[in-house]
Design a protein around this ligand. Structure first.
Ligand code: NAD
Length: 478
């Protein structure tokens, strides 16, 4: 018996949760349920996190969480409970299988069978944003080596366990050489440990276009958080419907399972919603908790029901569907099919699968780190970079001098173009006069000189060299 935490969620959540639990219980799932209240009611009662402390205690004790979609009220500073849960519980891997059910569910891609493995904790979802000047706001994109190693290894281990042939990596490392560059580099490193699994890397833009056009060219695709968020919805939709896909959020200790869609408030309370997405999440959960036989039984009964043409409104289509049913009736049909297998769709065999057991990340030895300069970010309302450079001449210290100014990344001094549009946000790069390393003391003196000259420094970034290689971006056009 496994004790799990269940949240019924908002909108269509309670109906699809009832249907899902009824099906898996009828299939023999050995679960005990602790229900918690999260989402809209909790938010509107004044808790901006959408969850009470006692509920966290239950989630952390049970470690397995089946969650129906929730409504995040618009405005009012409410934090997304999904993002918070993933990060608090260290659920670093988001697994989203997107498989077409042709010819029973309409799709342009009858052969599609891909699994998106999305990094779930970092990237632009670190949620670190600041307004820095009148004109410029920033969002920090944080990519870590442990984050990359864990997700990439998960993707390869997943491929190995499920007999998949290829793992593809999507990044934009031609532009983001440090952040996406690290993700790609770690992908190449870890791929070497799996010589029997094919590996490849695509730049995300053309990779996404290829995936939307020819998804059968892909198998497992691993990517950083934001790309994975966007492309897993695209993949689910082109496979047939976002209403059919479930997802697993996996951490070292805890795991959360859900549908990928939202709470569809307009369909709430009408016995209309398709419970398949949450049911798919529950099937992933059953495998994770070691009840593989139950998972297999549910999955095959579900496939048989889809194949029988018993469809909820969202996938119902005259001609291919036989009967339009509500949430409850769909669940009853799946329960009636327990023990049956589909005859045209491929029946699944899940035996031998289990929760993946990955090694813990071990911190690498520290690398040689030298300070080669500093970027001062300055809020300045002028428009000529040469004029700003003239002002900054005043703040040169004996060992450090201005070497470059960029505006939104493009070099505007020295030798800028008059056509370049400039905002009030300037990155001013200072280096040692003799191209040597600088010291923290140099930075403090520089900051003091900037302050004394009324220069509005809004942040600094140190320029480091790691193991002899510059580890910062050049100015565009430099
Ligand atoms: P949504 O996924 O709820 O709905 C999008 C469309 O798909 C709607 O037309 C809806 O009727 C339909 N749909 C979705 N699931 C369906 C199902 N199971 N059966 C039949 N039709 C279905 O997206 P939205 O309208 O953008 O968001 C509604 C609310 O859900 C928002 O408050 C949003 O914040 C929240 N949301 C929650 C989660 C989550 O909890 N994991 C995820 C996404 C959105």
């Amino acid at each position: 018996m496994t004790r799990i935490t269940v949240a019924n969620g908002d909108g269509i959540g309670p109906e699809i949760m009832d249907a899902t639990l009824a099906i898996i219980r009828a299939a023999g799932a050995k679960i005990e349920v602790d229900e918690i209240e999260v989402g809209e009611k909790v938010y509107l009662a004044g808790n901006t996190a959408g969850i009470a402390k006692e509920s966290w205690d239950i989630i952390r004790r049970n470690k397995i969480f089946l969650k129906a979609p929730i409504t995040t009220p618009q405005g009012g500073g409410y934090k997304s409970l999904n993002v918070t849960t993933r990060k608090f519980l260290g659920l670093y891997a988001n697994i989203r299988p997107c498989i077409s059910l042709h010819p029973f569910v309409k799709t342009k891609h009858p052969q599609m069978n891909i699994v998106i493995v999305r990094e779930n904790e970092e990237d632009l979802y670190a949620g670190i944003e600041h307004q820095q000047t009148d004109e410029v706001v920033q969002c920090l994109k944080l990519i870590s080596r442990p984050g990359c190693e864990k997700i990439v290894r998960y993707a390869f281990e997943y491929a190995k366990q499920y007999g998949r042939k290829k793992v593809t990596c999507f990044t934009k490392d031609n532009i983001m050489k440090q952040t996406d560059g690290l993700f790609h580099q770690v992908f190449d490193e870890i791929a070497k440990d799996y010589p029997t699994i094919e590996n490849e890397h695509w730049i995300i833009d053309i990779g996404a276009a290829k995936m939307a056009d020819t998804p059968e060219a892909f198998d497992v695709i691993v990517m950083p958080n934001l790309y994975g968020d966007v492309l897993s919805d695209v993949a689910a939709q082109i496979a047939g419907s976002v209403g059919l896909a479930g997802s697993a959020n996996i951490g070292e200790e805890c795991a959360m399972f859900e549908a990928i869609h939202g709470s569809a408030p307009r369909r709430a309370g009408q016995n209309m919603a398709n419970p398949s997405g949450l049911l798919q999440g529950a099937v992933l959960m059953l495998v994770h908790i070691g009840q593989v036989d139950v998972a297999e039984k549910v999955q095959n009964a579900w496939l048989k029901t889809i194949e029988d043409g018993i469809h909820t409104y969202d996938i119902f289509k005259e001609g291919t569907s036989r009967q339009k049913v509500g949430t409850k009736e769909f669940a009853e049909a799946v329960i009636g099919n327990l023990g049956n297998k589909p005859s045209q769709l491929a029946a699944v065999s899940l035996s031998g699968n289990a929760a993946l057991n990955l090694p813990k990340y071990v911190r690498k030895p520290a690398r040689k780190k030298e300070l080669s300069g500093v970027d001062l970010f300055v809020h300045w309302n002028g428009s000529s970079a040469d004029e700003l450079a003239g002002i900054l001449e005043n703040i040169n210290t004996p060992s450090v001098k201005l070497s470059m100014i960029t505006n939104r990344g493009i070099k505007v001094f020295p030798d800028g173009f008059s056509e370049t549009f400039c905002t009030d946000h300037w990155r001013c790069r200072f280096k040692h006069v003799d191209e040597k390393n600088i010291t923290k003391q140099d930075i403090i003196q520089l900051m003091q000189a900037a302050f004394d000259n009324n220069i509005d420094v809004i942040k600094t970034e140190n320029l480091y060299i790691f193991d002899g290689k510059p580890a910062y971006s050049l100015g565009q056009g430099q």
